[in-house]
Design a protein around this ligand. Structure first.
Ligand SMILES: [Zn+2]
Ligand SMILES: [Zn+2]
Length: 638
């Protein structure tokens, strides 16, 4: 059972077990109102934060500075004792597993246990039962099982108290389209789009060679592990390894953690982050601004605390500021920033024991060095903001944790948390009226299975309504190097309207080579499109770097137009790439090697895996894959 599956199963068990508990009152819950009094029509930031772009666009920008000497996935691995994942272990297999197991398990368990809710079992008994099941089924070790309960129990129990839906609805909201039951009516909602008609479509021309561009760095999913210890076991029983207490998987020889990280379940050591930041600052002294798309703390979700997370956030920000003291940085908040991970109680949960304002206050203060003072209001309200980069060019950072299906409080009420989407529409409408172009950043991409269906569907409609204004979207969270295409209708044959870039993670968790992304964005000139004109991905080979005396050799792995023979980075070109990959296995496997940054431990990818990945690329709207991939499957078999 891989880490992803285990996490899901644990989550399910926790959910089930908590249904047995006595109901715990929440301070002031009798006064709970889901109405948001906040006036989302906040004043717009109108002072440009960036200097004029200077660099000149030359396509193609560079030839490869250092070509990658990897023929195929897994071929450069030298350690025969290494754990090689099978296709079953593939991250992308998560969706497949999710489609087969958890809904049944969830429905059955919740259904059986729901009947016992009234029996008044104590918290201690529940914990003992949970830990017993968790350990005896070898889901996790005693300490992890116990820690999971201690971390998540105090959140999940009061959620259950407030919920007005039953077990099938709970499972449907968490697992989405995998559960065949109908959508949960009380969680279906729509944010109104303005009655102002959508402008007519006009095709702008791409900039000529030699036009100025902005050079933009995106770093995502750093997952800095303060407890990473070189030499600790990488092949451990726990969900996160490479720590002093990591327990060796039974029957295996210990594999020591390298200085720079591991392909196993290990996050980023300090040495890796410092080395990467120094290298970026040295190799790319001409970066205009940085997009930082979240997930700073590590994956030790069973023993996280607010204090530990704040320490990681503080330390990571200090490292980034040290490397880029004078570069504008635009962050977005990841699901791991909260504690317990994923807990982003909406605005109506004001009880300090559950509210996430402790995090918003902290990041508000930490981000204040990069953002204008008047972003404080939206950051403190919901960790989102809108800033003007240049005249006519805006950046909006959204908090996508408000669509995270494992953000438990959304089970009580998931309607536009913090009025974020209403605010987003207001910002986009102002941008459209002012003829501004917008880039959107966030953490969880809207097509992710982790993003609840209704929020995702509303967001999809917003992007389509403002397709002339939104020129690109930037996310992380999946750790893979991928993208998502939006379509005019939820139909693969309709026109592609937008593209979201899912940047590769810095952490190697799991089976990835660490990476960062550079974009070239149309700069300051007459008729600028503000489109992304090129992107390139930088990485290094972890195996080689971990050899005695070596250091990471960061190199440009590929640039998008060269690697995939794209005429531009417009949405239709990305859609064409998907279409070409359906027929062209070699092209797909090139994409797949980049997906894992040529990691030697990348799982093999068979035709089912290929179909799943192509489906993900086509699905910027979550939980519509069942319908959409059926169409793709037909094309796939042609
Ligand atoms: Zn992450
Ligand atoms: Zn994440």
């Amino acid at each position: 059972m891989n880490a992803f599956t285990r996490t899901i199963v644990i989550t399910g068990l926790l959910l089930l077990c908590c249904l047995l508990t006595e109901q715990v009152p929440i301070n002031g819950s009798s006064l709970l109102s889901f109405e948001d009094e906040w006036n989302y029509k906040v004043p717009t930031n109108e002072v440009p934060l960036l200097n004029e772009s200077q660099r000149n666009l030359l396509l193609p920008f560079y030839s490869f500075v250092n070509d990658l000497k990897v023929e195929g996935i897994g071929e450069n691995a030298t350690n025969s004792t290494r754990h090689f994942p099978t296709s079953r272990d593939a991250k992308l297999a998560g969706d497949i597993i999710r489609t087969k197991v958890p809904c049944n398990v969830c429905n059955l368990g919740v259904g059986l246990l729901y009947a016992e809710v009234k029996s008044g079992v104590s918290m201690e008994e529940i914990k003992a039962k949970f830990v017993s099941i968790c350990v005896s089924f070898k889901i996790e070790s005693f300490s992890v099982c116990s820690g999971i309960f201690d971390t998540y129990g105090p959140e999940v129990v009061p959620v259950m108290e407030l919920m007005t839906i039953g077990p099938p609805e709970v499972c449907k909201l968490i697992f989405g389209e995998i559960c065949k039951s109908s959508d949960v009516a009380s969680h279906e909602w729509t944010v109104d789009l303005p009655t102002i008609p959508k402008p007519n479509r006009t095709e702008s021309t791409l900039p000529k060679v030699g036009m100025p561009v902005f050079k933009v760095l995106q770093i995502s999913d750093t997952h800095y592990d303060l407890d990473y210890v070189e030499g600790a076991v990488t092949n451990c029983e726990e969900p996160l390894c490479c720590r002093t207490y990591s327990t060796l998987r039974s029957g295996e020889e210990p594999l020591p953690a390298g200085r720079w990280g591991s392909y196993e379940k290990c996050d980023a050591p300090k040495a890796l982050l410092e080395n990467m930041l120094q290298n970026i600052a040295f190799q790319h002294p001409d970066i205009d601004y940085i997009l930082w798309t979240g997930d700073l703390p590590p994956h030790d979700i069973w023993n996280q605390t607010k204090q530990k997370n704040l320490k990681v956030i503080e330390d990571t920000i200090a490292m980034v500021v040290k490397a880029f003291p004078n570069t504008p940085i635009f962050p977005a908040v990841g699901n791991h920033e909260s504690s317990p991970a994923g807990n982003f109680a909406p605005h109506w949960m004001t009880d300090p024991d559950h509210s996430v304002s402790w995090l918003y206050q902290k990041i508000g203060a930490s981000w204040s060095g990069w953002l204008p003072k008047n972003t404080e209001e939206t950051i403190h309200h919901g960790a989102f903001y809108s800033v003007l980069l240049r005249p006519g060019f805006r950046l909006i950072s959204v908090n996508t944790n408000y669509c995270h299906s494992l953000s438990w409080w959304l089970l009580v009420n998931s309607t536009d948390p913090a009025s974020e989407l209403k605010w987003l529409i207001a910002e986009l409408q102002k941008a459209e009226s002012n003829s501004e172009k917008v880039h959107i950043i966030g953490h969880i991409a809207p097509g992710s299975s982790d993003c609840m269906k209704t929020w995702s569907s509303n967001f999809y409609n917003i992007v389509n309504r403002y397709e002339h204004t939104i020129k690109a979207l930037f996310y992380g969270h999946s750790h893979a190097d991928e993208f998502e295409v939006f379509y005019e209708a939820t139909d693969f044959s309709s026109r592609a309207t937008a593209v979201a870039y899912l940047a590769p993670s810095v952490t190697s968790f799991t089976n990835y080579n660490p990476a960062f992304r550079i974009y070239y964005v149309d700069g300051d000139h007459e008729n600028t499109t503000r489109e992304v004109l090129e992107h390139e991905t930088w990485t290094f080979d972890l195996d080689t770097a971990n050899l005695p005396g070596n250091e990471p050799n960061w190199f440009k792995s590929y640039s998008a137009t060269d690697e995939f023979q794209l005429n531009s980075l417009r949405p239709n070109e990305w859609n064409n790439l998907i279409e070409r990959m359906i027929q062209d296995d070699e092209l797909f496997h090139r994409f797949y090697r980049n997906y894992y940054r040529h990691s030697p431990t990348a799982p093999p990818c068979d035709s089912k895996c290929k179909l799943q990945i192509l489906c993900d690329l086509k699905s910027a709207k979550s939980h519509t894959k069942h319908q959409l991939c059926h169409e793709l499957e037909t094309a796939f078999q042609m």
